[in-house]
Design a protein around this ligand. Structure first.
Ligand code: ATP
Ligand code: MG
Length: 225
């Protein structure tokens, strides 16, 4: 099996406060890997390390068999970040515009998107079951609808790996189930490897091909890596 994500003996501290201690994990092609753990155990931090937005003090992270610091092929990874209070999109933008943002690396910012790209956006919206609100303003959508748009945005480059940080936070249980079905479909039918953080393990236990449980560092004395 192809190794998609490999984390080896990872140790990370923010300002000398240890968050992740000797973490090991492997995600292989086709996995639906689920990361669980209490608030503050370092789940979002782990994703930032995997995406090279942070650098570990010790240990290694590799993506698609390559050290993350050398990795350049970012368009094959779709990322849906954790929604926080200040991550609302306040500027006026339609759903199509939001989804198209991830294409600008390819076509150049402020370029008019041609027919080909419009087709790609439409397909991503269909795959995320968000096509019904394509023309609407993003800020006017409900939380669950916005989350599906963010998934469409992450799908627009046809990723091989999809990383989602609590995609169902604040969403009612019926809509949550729909989102999980959608992710299951993307994993099984589109062969997209998934790494998802959730607090809702009961709902995804059946979907998960592996589970990673993060805990607070055991050694309370160890402030450093
Ligand atoms: N930029 C930062 N500077 C300093 N400390 C930080 C920073 N970001 C996160 N932390 C701390 O690191 C720890 C892990 O944070 P992280 O956001 O990774 O947790 P999490 O597991 O994603 O939590 P949640 O379930 O609440 O999303 C927390 O104690 C947090 O306060
Ligand atoms: Mg988090």
């Amino acid at each position: 099996m192809q190794n998609i994500i490999k984390v080896k003996d990872l140790c990370f501290a923010y300002n000398k406060v240890l968050v992740l201690e000797n973490l090991n994990l492997e995600v292989e092609k086709g996995d639906f890997a689920v990361v669980i753990g209490e608030n503050g155990t370092g789940k979002s931090t782990l994703i930032k390390l995997i995406l090279n937005q942070l650098s570990p003090q010790r240990g290694e992270v590799s993506l698609f068999g390559q050290q993350v610091s050398q990795f350049k092929n970012w368009s094959i990874i779709g990322y849906v970040p954790q929604v926080t209070l200040n991550s609302n999109v306040n500027f006026p933008a339609s759903v199509e515009e939001i989804v198209s943002m991830n294409l600008y690396a390819k076509v150049g910012f402020m370029r008019v998107l041609g027919k080909k790209y419009k087709g790609i956006i439409k397909q991503a919206l269909i795959n995320a079951e968000a096509q019904d609100f394509a023309k609407r303003q993003f800020s006017e959508l409900s939380g669950g609808q916005q989350q599906r748009v963010m998934i469409a945005k992450a799908l627009v480059n046809n990723p091989e790996l999809l990383i989602l940080d609590e995609p169902t936070a604040g969403i009612d249980s019926k809509t949550q189930k729909k989102l999980y079905k959608l992710l299951e479909h993307l994993n099984k039918e589109h062969n997209i490897t998934i790494l998802m953080i959730t607090h809702d393990f009961d709902s995804v236990e059946e979907l998960a091909s592996k589970t990673i449980k993060l805990q607070y560092p055991k050694n309370g004395e160890a402030l450093y890596c």
